[in-house]
Ligand binder design. Structure first.
Ligand code: ZN
Length: 158
């Protein structure tokens, strides 16, 4: 049986080896760390939540603006390791425009990704946060990746 032809939508998407994927993820995490998106405090936040990770000395504070149940803006301040700050940068981009329930669903999805779930690691709704799949094999760093999500959940707690 001849090999199946490549699907047209696969054109240009070179297959990636695990090593190539790991390098790509590492690069994405460093990019978010060096050029954080949505960094700073909102002038008039509706809610604020923070999380700390004493193991690394990581701190993240998230401020959100809400329109009813929907996040209209999210920003963060903080310091710490590259994973904690990159995850906060990724998270603030993902939660904008989402309802509380949608943010909670995203947080669960990130937890699944960190637990090594392959479907979560490939879920397009996680955007750049899929790069955190590279952290899955380092349990000591899971908290670094998850704390931004803890902080936003605290901010959104009714
Ligand atoms: Zn850390």
């Amino acid at each position: 049986m001849p090999p199946l032809p490549d699907r047209p939508d696969d054109a240009g998407a070179a297959p990636r080896s695990p090593a190539q994927l790991a390098a790509l993820y590492q690069e994405l995490i460093l990019d978010h760390y060096r050029r954080p998106r949505n960094k700073g405090a909102l002038e008039r936040p509706v809610a604020v939540g923070e999380a700390r990770n004493p193991l690394c000395g990581d701190e993240v504070e998230v401020s959100v603006a809400l329109d009813g149940d929907r996040v209209t803006d999210a920003r963060f301040t903080g310091r710490g390791c590259s994973i904690s700050q990159a995850s906060a940068s990724m998270m603030t981009g993902l939660v904008r425009g989402r309802t509380r329930a949608e943010v909670a669903a995203l947080r669960r999805r990130v937890a699944e990704l960190l637990a090594g779930d392959a479907a979560a690691a490939a879920d397009p709704s996680l955007g750049d946060a899929r790069a955190l799949a590279g952290v899955a094999t380092y349990p000591a760093r899971h908290r670094c990746a998850a704390m931004a999500w803890e902080a936003v959940e605290r901010a959104l707690r009714p």
